[in-house]
Design a protein around this ligand. Structure first.
Ligand SMILES: C[S@@+](CC[C@H](N)C(=O)[O-])C[C@H]1O[C@@H](n2cnc3c(N)ncnc32)[C@H](O)[C@@H]1O
Length: 266
């Protein structure tokens, strides 16, 4: 398999890592790149062709052939993530037992994003849990592993449509939905948001700011009257422009973790 390696100045590591998370990677490893530079090693999976990778010109990138065994070592260290005292996201291959009072989401991410360990996923899960009404309809934009759509259905949503530009998200979300007993209530596809013509009481979009801005008109269009939109994937320090793009929707809740935020709008 091929590693995707981006070389960045040390002071831009955080910014570049965020950009890579936004491309849907599942792990980023930092290695010294020499001359004050840092190499970020990651895997794009097969679904994202290089021509769809848009990184600033000052961050040169390359592909490197790596041993599959080495590329998968992160799996050995994966741990269940406690999202709340009674909600855990469990890597599907990690043995884990919890009291019946704890809700456990079993997730096999394959090459998609969404193990529950990123602050934006945790914040989105907490927000959707507050907002899900029994039987409500949900749209998960940028579903990755399907963790948010699955969480919404486990907490009582009637139906969730899950979409992602990455084709790998389709079988991964489908399998995860089955593993969590909600396969009948989730439909996953690579449909563009622009082509979604339903309307939903709860819309979830954990995607980086530039994409949220680009999708802002469609995010509003698919929101049912009185519905709630949860956006994440945005930094606490720099998201005013995203809220501007989503006007006249108003912020009704904002939660922060490690510099990231999830914002609920109505
Ligand atoms: C940060 S991940 C979120 C994954 C998962 N929903 C979670 O919360 O952990 C962002 C996802 O959005 C997808 N994505 C990026 N741009 C998109 C777009 N324009 N339409 C749909 N999905 C998109 C990526 O492929 C990736 O799977």
């Amino acid at each position: 398999m091929r590693a995707f390696v981006v070389t960045v100045p040390a002071e831009q590591v955080e910014l570049a890592s965020d950009a890579l998370w936004g491309l849907g990677v599942v792990a980023v490893e930092e290695r010294a790149g020499g001359h004050g530079a840092v190499e970020l090693w990651t895997s794009l999976g097969d679904e994202l062709p290089p021509e769809q990778v848009h990184l600033p010109a000052e961050w040169p990138w390359r592909f490197v052939e790596v041993d599959e065994m080495v590329a998968d070592t992160w799996r050995e260290f994966a741990q269940p993530v406690w999202v709340q005292p009674d909600l855990v996201v469990r890597p599907a291959w990690v043995p884990f037992e919890a009291p019946t009072s704890v809700t456990v989401l079993h997730i096999e991410p394959g090459s998609t994003f969404g193990m529950g360990d990123h602050p934006t996923t945790m914040l989105s899960l907490r927000a959707l849990r507050r907002l899900v009404q029994p039987g409500c309809t949900v749209l998960d934009v940028g579903c990755g592993s399907g963790v948010l759509a699955i969480g919404a259905c486990v907490f009582g949503a009637g139906h969730a449509d899950a979409i992602d530009i990455a084709p790998a998200a389709v079988p991964v979300t489908r399998d995860n939905a089955a593993a969590n007993g909600v396969a009948q209530r989730i439909h996953v596809s690579t449909t563009d948001l622009a082509d979604v013509d339903g309307s939903y009481q709860l819309v979830l979009a954990n995607i980086l700011a530039p994409t949220l801005v680009a999708l802002s008109a469609d995010l509003q269009r698919v929101l049912a009257p009185g519905g709630a939109l949860v956006i994440s994937g945005i930094l606490a320090e720099a998201h005013a422009h995203v809220l501007q793009a989503l006007a006249p929707l108003q912020v009704v809740a904002s939660d922060e973790m490690d510099g990231w935020v999830a914002i609920t709008l109505r």
